[in-house]
Design a protein around this ligand. Structure first.
Ligand SMILES: [Zn+2]
Length: 231
C-alpha cells in the first residue's frame, strides 16, 4: 500500500513537471518570432468555390460575404501601410478541381500560405449560423494555448462589440479543434462577423456600411495589438 502511494506521488510529480515544461516550450515558441514579417498581414476569406460555407436566411451563402469583407479589410490595411496577402480574391477554393478531397486540400493550401509568407498575424473572415434564429453578434476565436492569439482576439472582440453596438456582447473564445487555429504557424484569429441565420443581422451583414464598420473594428483591434507587442 505504502509502495503504491509513493508510485502515485512520483507519477503526479512527473505529470506536473511535464505540464510545466510543455507550457514553457509553448511560450518559447511564441516569442521566437524573428522570422515574422512585421508588415505582412494575411487575410483569409473563408470557404469559396464549391464550398459555400454556412447557408443563412433566404439561401444567403457565407463565402460571398466573407470575400466582400476580406477585400475591404485588405484595402483598409494597405492604407495603413501593411502588405496584405489574400488567400483568395475571387469565388474560388484553394483546391484542384480533380482533387479527391477538395476541403482538405483547400485548408492545407491556406496553411501553406501562412508558412510561406510568415505574416505577423492572420485574420480569417467567417460568418456564423445557429438553429435558433434569435442568436446574433460577432465572436472572435483564437488558438487556446496562444497568448498572443488571445490578446489579438480580445482587442478585436472589444472593438467589434463597441463599433457594431452589440447589445449582448460576447467574449473572445479559445479553441483547440479548428484546423486553421491548430495548424497556423503565425498568430491567427477567426473572426465570425455575425449570424447569417438571424434575419436582422443577415440583412446588416450584406450592407456595405455595416461591412465597413466590421473592417474598421478589426483594423483598430489589430493596431492596438501591434502597439502592445512593441512595448
Ligand atoms: Zn465559415
Amino acid at each position: 500500500m505504502k509502495k503504491y502511494g509513493l508510485e502515485l506521488m512520483l507519477g503526479c510529480l512527473l505529470l506536473v513537471s511535464f505540464l510545466i515544461l510543455s507550457k514553457q516550450a509553448a511560450e518559447v515558441s511564441e516569442t521566437m518570432s524573428s522570422t515574422e514579417n512585421s508588415k505582412i498581414i494575411l487575410v483569409d476569406a473563408g470557404h469559396g468555390g464549391a464550398d459555400p460555407g454556412m447557408i443563412g436566411v433566404n439561401g444567403l451563402e457565407e463565402k460571398g460575404i466573407n470575400l466582400q469583407i476580406a477585400v475591404k479589410l485588405k484595402d483598409s490595411l494597405e492604407k495603413q501601410g501593411f502588405s496584405v496577402i489574400m488567400t483568395r480574391e475571387e469565388d474560388k477554393g484553394l483546391y484542384e478541381e480533380d482533387s479527391r478531397n477538395q476541403k482538405a486540400q483547400d485548408m492545407q493550401c491556406r496553411i501553406a500560405m501562412i508558412k510561406k509568407y510568415r505574416p505577423v498575424l492572420c485574420i480569417s473572415v467567417h460568418q456564423n449560423s445557429y438553429q435558433d434564429s434569435s442568436v446574433c453578434g460577432p465572436q472572435v476565436f483564437y488558438y487556446e494555448d496562444s497568448v498572443r492569439g488571445k490578446n489579438l482576439a480580445e482587442f478585436i472582440q472589444e472593438e467589434l462589440n463597441l463599433g457594431l453596438k452589440v447589445k449582448r456582447p460576447r467574449v473572445a473564445k479559445g479553441n483547440k479543434t479548428y484546423y486553421l487555429l491548430k495548424r497556423s504557424e503565425s498568430v491567427l484569429n477567426i473572426v465570425e462577423c455575425g449570424f447569417l441565420t438571424n434575419p436582422e443581422e443577415a440583412g446588416l451583414l450584406c450592407k456595405e456600411e455595416y461591412q465597413n464598420k466590421i473592417v474598421e473594428a478589426i483594423v483598430k483591434g489589430i493596431e492596438q495589438y501591434l502597439k502592445q507587442q512593441k512595448i
